[in-house]
Design a protein around this ligand. Structure first.
Ligand code: NAP
Length: 257
């Protein structure tokens, strides 16, 4: 079994719902102190309260991680309340759809600003604290879309998610001397509020294209994030883990038969 993570402080960005909420709850279950970050104050607070009701420790923090002020407020709140940042799960992201012919520069910038710039800003703001223990952990939520697959309407999103992995590989080298690891989970299609908003046709088509014949759960992703955060994963850095029920595997429809 893995050594306990009890008592470590984890910041989870985009934790008011979806995958981030799943990650926050999973880390709380193993005894971590959780900083639940989102732009929506009430939603972040509610997740923190749910964790407390279940016997865990958490605070809700309102921050826009695409801004320097936002990430500094987030890191400061963690230090103020828990005195440490041991783990950063940089998960916040948006996936609004726009085909290239209709996409505005503002659409592109918004997606890159939250998904990619927000990843960089979150990591940078937490670095001083993450280096203190000599075993800091950073886990990014990337995607299969961009690094592995493509999808009409998500070119900006795919670029941001592939960009996270480019960032990750150089970051791993820079952070290794401080004992900080950085890895990424690459989810397939996971049932979240964000995914449900894409509509029933999208969900039905996606479930049919997944070899294990179901969409993923937030717990599927949270468990992968938890592994990267363990003591035992200390020799793993700059790496990715696809968690997609086999979705990227088939070469053709015939391969699914
Ligand atoms: P979701 O249900 O829409 O939740 C997104 C979370 O991010 C919310 O808590 C949202 O809260 C927060 N957020 C968005 N922009 C933010 C900002 N600027 N600053 C701080 N928080 C922000 O999305 P999800 O499906 O859980 O996706 C989470 C991550 O997984 C994303 O990075 C996404 O790209 C990735 N992913 C998801 C899937 C999937 O199938 N669901 C697949 C592959 C990858 P506020 O709006 O209140 O800020």
């Amino acid at each position: 079994m893995f050594a306990s993570l009890a008592g470590r402080t984890v910041i989870v960005t985009g934790a008011s719902k979806g995958i981030g909420r799943g990650i926050a709850k999973r880390f709380a279950e193993v005894g971590c102190k959780v900083v639940v970050v989102a732009r929506s104050h009430d939603a972040a607070k509610m997740v923190a309260e749910d964790i407390a009701v279940a016997g865990g420790r958490a605070i809700g923090v309102t921050a826009d991680i695409s801004t320097e002020a936002g990430v500094h407020a987030m890191a400061e709140a963690a230090m103020l309340h828990f005195g440490a940042i041991d783990i950063l799960c940089a998960n916040a992201g948006i996936f609004t759809s726009a085909r290239i012919a209709d996409m505005t520069a503002a659409d592109f910038d918004e997606t890159m600003g939250i998904n990619l710039r927000g990843t960089f800003l979150s990591v940078k703001a937490c670095l001083p604290a993450l280096g203190v223990s000599g075993r800091g952990r950073i886990v990014l939520t990337s995607s299969i879309t961009g690094p592995v697959t493509g999808m009409s309407g998500w070119s900006h999103y795919g670029a941001s998610k592939a960009g996270q992995l480019g960032f990750l590989r150089s970051a791993a080298l820079e952070l290794a001397p401080a004992g900080i690891t950085i890895n990424a989970v690459m989810p397939g299609n996971i049932v979240t509020e964000g995914l449900l908003a894409l509509g029933p046709d999208y969900l039905t088509a996606m479930a049919a294209s997944i070899p294990v014949k179901r969409l993923g759960s937030v717990e599927d992703i949270a468990n992968a994030a938890l592994f990267f955060a363990t003591e035992e994963a200390g020799f793993v850095t700059g790496q990715t883990l696809i968690v997609d029920g086999g979705q990227v595997l088939p070469e053709s429809l015939a391969a699914m038969e």
